[in-house]
Design a protein around this ligand. Structure first.
Ligand SMILES: Nc1ncnc2c1ncn2[C@@H]1O[C@H](COP(=O)(O)OP(=O)(O)O)[C@@H](O)[C@H]1O
Ligand SMILES: [Mg+2]
Length: 284
């Protein structure tokens, strides 16, 4: 897809300049039809960002908001798998890529759909990644959405930077962390990047904060003491919640669905619903 590797440079031909301006206009038109844009980020990988993004999308959709999810993780696109739509073909309609619908009608677009083999690493340069992400905003038929969740790769690299700088406005950033200090140092960097871009609606989700024994109900903080609340107030961001480590996450993925969809009665599902409510109340 994104074979053009040029950045914004002085050495563009008039045709290239025209194409860039046209894309920018499409991007504004498309993203203007999305009421709320929420970026999910983290300092480190493997903290549960994609899990949180997918379940929040499910929670918003359940609340009756028309929801889409944009997976801009080029090197590890997990969102299709989390909704059981892996390997689905993206149709082109009127020059636009049509998102794939999840079981419950969430519009899904992921680099995973466009990359042919999942077992080959892809090597993309920064400008190519940014170009691909802009295409996801300009050339995907999102239609009218209430909420668009953007699942980012970890850290402060090209992808999250492009997302935050290119979106006409970002309504909320959800920062995901786990209770250990290494992960938190990376989160501080990430929060600072977001603040530098003048986005101040940032919420913190502390994932894998505890485990509840299914037999005796005892709660153990297996990765260390939960400090999410304190940590959020130190960074002057909003603490959203601490989430348990549960088997339902893996089970729901195996069942091609999310926890919010498959384990409605679970503590984790209820927490995702209440986080979506909090985000709506505090940020949107
Ligand atoms: N609360 C949780 N309980 C149990 N497993 C979890 C939880 N959150 C995430 N996981 C698992 O941890 C792994 C990493 O999660 P993922 O959402 O892919 O993280 P990231 O997107 O930050 O790299 C996945 O295998 C996922 O199923
Ligand atoms: Mg991920």
């Amino acid at each position: 897809m994104p074979e053009h590797g040029h950045g914004h440079g002085g050495n563009m031909t008039p045709e290239q300049q025209k194409a860039m301006i046209e894309q920018e206009m499409r991007l504004y038109e498309q993203m203007g039809k999305v009421k709320y844009k929420i970026a999910v980020m983290s300092g480190k990988g493997g903290v549960g960002k994609s899990t949180v993004a997918a379940n929040l999308a499910e929670a918003f959709q359940k609340k009756g908001m028309v929801t889409g999810i944009m997976d801009v993780d080029i090197h590890g696109p997990n969102i299709p798998k989390l909704f059981g739509v892996e390997g689905k073909e993206v149709m082109i309609d009127n020059g636009k890529m049509v998102p794939v619908y999840s079981k419950n009608g969430i519009k899904v677009m992921s680099m995973g759909f466009l990359i042919e083999t999942n077992d080959k690493p892809i090597i993309w340069r920064g400008p190519q990644k940014s170009g691909a992400i802009k295409q996801f905003m300009a050339d995907v038929a999102w239609g009218d959405l209430d909420v668009l969740i953007i699942d980012n790769p970890p850290g402060t690299g090209d992808e999250p930077l492009t997302v935050l700088q290119t979106l006409p406005n970002v309504d909320a950033v959800v920062m995901v962390t786990t209770p250990n200090s290494i992960s938190q140092e990376d989160v501080v960097k990430c929060v600072n990047m977001v603040k530098m871009l003048h986005i101040d609606k940032i919420g913190l989700v502390e994932n894998m904060a505890y485990y509840v024994c299914p037999h005796c109900g005892e709660k153990s903080e297996i990765f260390g003491k939960s400090q999410g609340d304190e940590f959020a107030s130190q960074m002057d961001i909003k603490f959203l919640d601490s989430l348990p480590l549960t088997e339902e996450v893996l089970k729901s993925t195996e069942e091609d669905s999310t926890v919010v969809d498959s384990y409605v009665q679970s503590e984790l599902s209820e927490k995702f619903i209440s986080i979506a409510d909090k985000i709506e109340k505090e940020f949107l």
